[in-house]
Design a protein. Sequence first.
Length: 415
Amino acid sequence: MRFLVLLFVAVMIKADELDFLDEIDQDESSFKVDKSPLDMRLKLSLQKNEESEDAKILYFRLANQAKNYQYDICFIADENRQDFNIKELYYKGSFAEISFYEVGRINVKEGIAHGYNPTDYFKGSTSLTLSNDPKERKENRLGALLVSETFFLDKLTLKGLYAPKISVDKDSIFSNKKYIGLHLDETNYHDRASLFVDYSGFKDVSSSVILHYDEDNVHFGFNVSYVYDNWIMYLENSLKKGKSDITKSIEKNGISQEIYNHFHHNKKYIDQAVLGINYTSESNIVTTFEYIFNSGGLDKSDWDDWFELQKEHPRFTRDLGIIRTDIAESESLMSKQAFFVLSRASDIRTNLDASFLAWINPYDGSTLSQIGLEYACHDSLQTNLFVRNYQGKKESEYGSALNNYEVLIEAEYFF
């Protein structure tokens, strides 16, 4: 992680040194694709892993955002599969001037935090990207089939959503199929409904309250943020009645009773919160620091128990790995506490952006860090380079990862 931090700082310093040598840089903005009715993109992602098998994926995206409808379709191909995915497809209409409705497949993205969003209630294990950037994962996932209605009342905005549970056969086109499938078994696995109330009556303060229903569980969430000059302070919180994500993963995957006895928390309520601060510098570097609390996660003694159980009973290694994979794919958290750091710099050189992010486990000091560079060669071609590093003791959250490093190279062509 230290190497990645030093490399990121060096890039920032070098950019500042070169700015006065090239006045043109100050006048030119970073690469931006012109908005057009039809958005077509072709992207090749190559991920080199230290120990595990490398990944090569080709994406073709076709999207259109019109006044009354929107669609976002993605074709994905690698050495083992070819998938046709409808990320979004919905119709927008209105019965009155103060409201509008949407019906179809919609990717609902809620929450004001950057690293983790406890109020992002409509997420699922449907990410379509190799990126580790939370924003990229949030943007590139399958939406749920739902209906929503939004009302605008002076300083209040009311929004209601409902996504039905859809039971489908394994071989049905409506489920997860090899070539063509709507994956409704993954996006509409429960009956879910939300009521959002946003209030903007206080100066420099934004706030929202969310009441969410998920099968037999009820969630209460809220978001609040305050803007002061170049600073933004915010809090995102969710209190839910129900089981922890780890318990749900154990039950869903049929994990052994002994593992269940070790890590099942008999709690009636699960509290998840993100306290964050965001700062934008004069040189357009945006830095975010977040503290994340998850009462249903593993604390220090739980992590010690996790690795001790794995050491004494090697037969549990596979089941414990399934839990970790399931938690990661569902965009949930393993640990009871975590720190997240994110820094993005735009226009460090003409058409060149840089980023640095890190996840830190405060119990064992292990880290997952990533440095990224995004460069637009010309108006139609962008290239990205991301280097991820896992550091920590072998018996730690990130030190126990299969790879010590991963390198992701991407080339994206815009039609």
